[in-house]
Write a protein that binds this ligand. Structure first.
Ligand code: ADP
Length: 160
């Protein structure tokens, strides 16, 4: 079995909650690919390229993190790099229903790939990308929720 994992998400933007999950998953794998989903139908604040750039900036010191974008099925991307696991994070019970469905679907599509969940650290329980975008859009301080690079990019976005 390979010890390669994918950590897929929208990451619009990449938050301290995402970072926590990523760095806690990292010791269990030789490589983790953080992959930014391109959803043509889902409206995002940041382009896929911007999101890839922010994740690369934040993780630049780690040799075993690869950052990429993808279109299509996570399991297809996972197969293409011979990954054996999909990493996801869980916050509240409200995440569970969606994540359970997703993991079950993915297992039906690819039984050789396991979804592995990391539960959030208490302090990131309420950290989510939508809330952060709302606060930033009104000029609020989001420095406790995102890394400095992302904070800067949010400021630039909402200045326009
Ligand atoms: P999605 O892929 O559903 O668009 P996100 O890109 O926001 O969601 O998040 C990717 C993954 O990280 C999901 O499994 C989500 O539950 C998890 N996640 C997001 N924020 C946190 C957090 N604060 N703590 C733990 N897990 C989180």
């Amino acid at each position: 079995m390979s010890s390669i994992a994918v950590y897929p998400g929208s990451f619009d933007p990449f938050t301290n909650g995402h970072i926590d999950i990523l760095y806690r998953a990292l010791p269990f794998f030789s490589v983790v690919h953080v992959i930014v989903a391109e959803h043509p139908s889902k409206e995002a604040l940041f382009t896929v390229e911007e999101r890839v750039a922010m994740i690369k900036d934040v993780t630049s010191k780690e040799k075993n993190i690869v950052v990429n974008s993808f279109k299509g099925l996570v399991v297809d991307y996972a197969h293409s790099i011979k990954a054996s696991a999909i990493v996801r994070g869980l916050r509240a019970v409200s995440d569970f229903d969606y994540e359970f469905q997703l993991a079950t679907m993915n297992r039906r599509l690819a039984s050789d790939i396991e979804t592995i969940f990391f539960t959030t650290r208490g302090k990131y329980f309420y950290v989510n990308s939508s809330g952060i975008k709302d606060i930033a859009s009104y000029g609020g301080d989001v420095s406790a929720f995102v890394p400095p690079y992302v904070e800067q990019k949010l400021k630039e976005k909402f200045k326009k």
